[in-house]
Design a protein around this ligand. Structure first.
Ligand code: AMP
Ligand code: ZN
Length: 466
């Protein structure tokens, strides 16, 4: 059976054929660590997790790299963007120093990792930080310069899009439609050759004169653009060419378009086999964007008493290339389904030989461009098939959960009432603030309601007493 994935670049499903035997090298754009992730970001990381798990399920080995952006990602397309990290310092009442930028990055990297664990997302094998890779970025820009694709102005070093004929191949846009160099535009630079030329390196000049993070470069002291970061980190940790590059669909028109241009201008070859993009999660009609200030975090989900895996279930139930409209009602439905699934799992006997037919259906579904809604349907069909013994269902269920990651062996969390889960979340908040008195009080309150709360390295574990 072939494993098919939709390649944004060729606009069709293609069979996965790793460049290097059985080993798949995969890069995913990671968070800019200036704030908590919203559940939209997490949807994209969930899709990437299912992709990795599916590759492994199908017998391939995977090297999964996800960057941590801690410098150079500016606020937005057209506005006179500041570095998102630097802007966040004011919100956190931190002084504009390198040290506080590091504190900020550490804080939100930890929060990001906690979200991954809560959603049972396998941790990427490498989580490189942009600030640790500036020499690699400079080397890439030098290659582009040497090959005639980049030029310097008094404000910045730009990629010369007119020199790169396939520039808009990924998005299919016309070059005319790309009036500004999108996210990295700091101010209109009169020395730019084309409005779509995008920054590779910002000098400490104009609006960026006060930028805190700064490095020496052949073009003067400054800091890298956001797009060059992913080119340099994917090259450093996977090598060119590599197999899969993923991200959210917002990255098609700008960030990944620019990465392709950079890589190919530097090396004169195709550097990524398949480009994959997850569709957005929307909140009602609005896009869920951090910069809009109205976004739902995973902690909001937990505070309302949901097991975070319910959110994972919700995402699996929609194909990753389809928009998903988030609502609390939909999450309720997912939470109920997960609860039923775990109950059904608990009632099955100890695992033995699995159900070959359903395992084949399951493999067919996930091999068809990660069709997780179909895979869930196969799972439900198997459970309601009365001709099969429980031990066989249990075995297949355990196999399926290697891809789904729904922690189907866990029945406890599903049986905890919402008010107790909310209490546990409040207690976690208190512990974060080192308010031990409040934390003990909440533990006692849980105990009098009949639940024990135990602290483990993976977070709190709550169970009915006795
Ligand atoms: P950022 O931290 O903004 O660079 O985004 C991190 C990842 O989340 C990227 O892969 C984005 O494409 C993705 N992303 C951003 N907003 C959403 C959304 N509303 N739904 C799904 N993915 C998103
Ligand atoms: Zn990226």
């Amino acid at each position: 059976m072939e494993f098919l994935l939709y390649n944004t670049l060729t606009r069709r499903k293609e069979a996965v054929r790793p460049l290097d035997g059985n080993a798949v090298r995969m890069y995913a754009c990671g968070p800019t660590v200036y704030d908590f992730a919203h559940i939209g970001n997490l949807r994209t990381y969930l899709f990437e997790d299912v992709l990795r798990r599916t590759l492994e399920y199908l017998g391939l080995s995977v090297k999964h790299v996800m960057n941590i952006t801690d410098v150079g990602h500016l606020v937005s397309d057209a506005d006179t963007g500041e570095d998102k990290m630097q802007k966040a310092l004011a919100r956190e009442q931190l002084p504009p120093t390198v040290e506080s930028l590091r504190t900020l990055a550490d804080r939100y990297t930890q929060a990001f990792l906690a979200d991954l664990s809560a959603l049972n997302i396998l941790r990427p094998h490498v989580l490189p930080k942009a600030t640790d890779h500036v020499p690699q970025m400079i080397a890439l820009i030098e290659r582009m310069m040497k090959n005639g694709y980049a030029y310097a102005t008094p404000l910045a070093v730009y990629f010369d899009v007119a020199k790169f004929p396939g520039y808009t191949a990924l998005s299919g846009q016309k070059l005319k439609e790309k009036s500004v160099g999108a996210r990295d535009e700091v101010e209109v630079d009169p020395a730019k050759k084309h409005p779509a030329d995008f920054a590779l390196w910002f000098k400490l000049a104009g609006k960026n004169a006060q930028h805190v993070m700064r490095w020496e470069s052949p073009w003067g002291v400054g800091f890298p653009g956001w797009h060059i970061e992913c080119s340099a980190m994917s090259e450093r940790h996977l090598g060119f060419p590599f197999d899969l590059h993923c991200g959210g669909e917002d990255h098609i028109a700008v960030h990944h378009t620019n990465e392709i241009a950079q890589n190919e201008a530097a090396y004169g070859m195709r550097t990524v086999q398949v480009w994959l993009h997850g569709a957005f999660l929307d909140l009602g009609k609005a896009k869920m964007a951090k910069s809009a200030g109205t976004f739902v975090k995973l902690s909001d989900v937990v505070e309302r008493g949901y097991d975070p895996i319910s959110y994972r279930y919700l995402c699996l139930n929609t194909h990753y290339r389809q928009k998903l409209n988030f609502s609390w009602e939909a999450l309720d439905g997912a939470a109920q389904a997960l609860k039923r699934l775990r109950r059904a799992a608990a009632e099955l006997e100890a695992p033995a030989v699995g159900c070959a037919e359903y395992e084949a259906h399951f493999a067919r579904a996930i091999s068809d461009d990660l069709n997780t809604p179909q895979a869930l349907a196969v799972l439900w069909d198997m459970l309601s098939d009365h001709s099969l013994p429980g031990h066989a269902k249990r075995q297949s269920l355990a196999q399926f959960d290697r891809v789904l990651g729904l922690r189907l062996g866990e029945t406890v969390a599903a049986e905890i009432p919402k008010n107790i889960l909310a209490l546990v979340a409040r207690r976690e908040e208190a512990r974060k603030k080192k308010d031990w008195k409040e934390s003990d009080r909440l533990r006692d309150e849980g105990a009098s309601a009949g639940f024990t709360i135990e602290d483990t390295p993976d977070g709190p574990r709550v169970a009915p007493k006795g």
